[in-house]
Design a protein around this ligand. Structure first.
Ligand code: ADP
Length: 245
């Protein structure tokens, strides 16, 4: 397929969004009853579940650490989640994204509070339309909170892209495929920290800086949706969750 026009004459994107507009985001907590914690997220056409089990004993035993717990993360795409059926089993990309997910989450989880134990984090992509790693990190944070795993913050993530020379937030699959650059960013707002920053493609240093600012602003909205999902699940007083905002 030839590269489609990604920004029209009115400055709007291929799905009609403004450059700084997120896709429709929906989050639910406590959706998988066989998990200790779980969440569902939809970011436009990207749909995935996150599940958490633990803390539990480490198997195999020799992997346990005397002074801290282990996060065992598994990012997986259902074979029906993409246009071309994905092969069964874990691909190299899924193994790498499992590591990306673990390294982001390890920055906020208090691993030292569960030595010799492990926590399993599953991300299962049901439908992929760009931004599955970032949606996975956002949902996994909610699932960890739902499981009561001690954390310094919940992570919120999105991807900034450069399409037809314009910086845009929360890119979809077409923008990812035909754009000039894709920059996934994950932020722990309470810690005022970026906990994941990747770049595929080409951007100037100025564009990277502007892109980070766009992500920081978008993440406020993502955090509100996260907190709202927790509130709906726990029906707690508004005050109880305000510390996350
Ligand atoms: P992310 O989903 O985090 O943006 P990538 O940049 O690797 O990760 O992928 C971008 C998008 O490309 C995915 O969200 C998905 O829509 C699509 N994609 C990824 N892997 C495959 C695959 N094996 N087959 C078809 N489409 C894929």
């Amino acid at each position: 397929m030839a590269k489609p026009k990604l920004i029209d004459e009115n400055g709007l994107r291929i799905d009609g969004r403004r450059p700084d507009e997120l896709r429709r985001i929906r989050m639910e907590v406590g959706v998988l009853k066989k998990m200790d914690g779980s969440a569902y997220i939809e970011v436009g056409g990207t749909k995935l579940y996150a599940g958490v089990i633990g803390p539990r004993e480490v198997h195999p035993k020799h992997l346990e650490l005397p002074d801290r717990g282990i996060l065992n993360c598994r990012y997986h795409m259902a074979s029906f989640s993409v246009d071309e059926r994905k092969t069964l089993g874990m691909t190299r990309r899924e193994i790498e994204l499992s590591k990306v997910l673990r390294e982001a989450l390890e920055t906020v989880v208090f691993l030292e509070e569960f030595p010799r134990m492990m926590v399993d984090v599953f991300v299962e992509v049901i439908q992929a339309d760009g931004g599955t790693r970032t949606a996975g990190i956002t949902a996994a944070s909610l699932a960890l909170a739902d499981a009561g795993i001690p954390m310094a913050d919940m992570i919120c993530a999105t991807a900034v892209g450069k399409v037809d020379g314009t910086l845009v937030i929360d890119i979809n699959e077409i923008e990812d495929k035909y754009g000039e650059a894709d920059m996934p960013i994950a932020i722990a707002p309470q810690l005022n920290s970026i906990v994941l920053l990747q770049l595929n493609g080409r951007m100037t240093a100025d564009e990277i800086e502007k892109g980070i600012m766009m992500a920081q602003s978008a993440i406020k909205k993502i955090r509100e949706i996260q907190v709202d999902a927790l509130k709906r699940n726990y029906k707690v007083e508004r005050d109880g969750l305000e510390k996350w905002l």
